[in-house]
Design a protein around this ligand. Structure first.
Ligand code: PCA
Length: 202
């Protein structure tokens, strides 16, 4: 059996719950396709999240890495195509607010996801769940974690599939927030399972 590291994030900004946390907690320990899922939750902190992801990879030695993040306002499940070597955006949970900074001074300008993102989207659509490839993960923590995973794989673990999937808000979050579209938790979990099955099926 292979091992898949699945990460989610804690709440941030005015999003009082992060649906990725509940998904990861629910799938931790599950078997999907030929993958045993190891779930971990990440802080929304520019200074520690990269090291945290690499720590989880080194502890667990997974065969694949999928990170999940909330993209509040999106209507679909969106596997990300590209991570850029930029830190920029809103304040994080520790008060950091980098402007136009590189994630790694010597890193590549960008890395493409090494997950089967087209296959994931096709499979989501076949299963009746709205999905599309996203061509930007932004420059906030989700991009940061995606870049760190791909940079690590590029330098130290070539062939380790790694990438990021943004998901819409859950109904629970949308009720608290008031102005964002949402999916049921059950459909979000189903969507993530379908993405993992698409990877397992490679
Ligand atoms: N979404 C944010 C960071 C944490 C999360 O769940 C993002 O899209 O960068």
């Amino acid at each position: 059996m292979k091992k898949l590291l699945l990460t989610g994030f804690e709440p941030f900004l005015d999003y009082t719950v992060n649906p990725t946390m509940k998904i990861v907690e629910e799938l931790d320990g599950a078997v999907i396709g030929n993958y045993q899922i190891v779930g971990r939750i990440m802080a929304v902190d520019f200074n520690s999240s990269g090291a945290a992801l690499l720590g989880f990879i080194e502890e667990e030695n997974p065969d694949a890495v999928i990170s999940l993040g909330l993209a509040a306002g999106r209507y679909k499940i969106t596997p990300e195509r590209i991570a850029i070597n930029v830190k920029d955006g809103a304040v994080d949970n520790e008060g950091n607010k980098p402007v136009d900074e590189p994630i790694h001074e010597e890193g590549e300008p960008a890395y493409l996801s090494t997950l089967p993102i087209r296959k994931m989207v096709d499979s989501l659509l076949e299963n009746g769940l709205p999905a599309t490839i996203s061509n930007t993960a932004g420059a906030y923590l989700c991009n940061n974690v995606m870049y760190e995973g791909l940079h690590y794989a590029h330098m130290d673990r070539p062939g380790l599939p790694s990438g990021f999937i943004h998901i819409p808000a859950s109904h629970e979050l949308a009720i608290q927030h008031g102005r964002i579209p949402s999916w049921s938790h059950e459909d979000l979990v189903k969507g993530v399972q379908i993405c993992i099955e698409a990877l397992a099926d490679e």
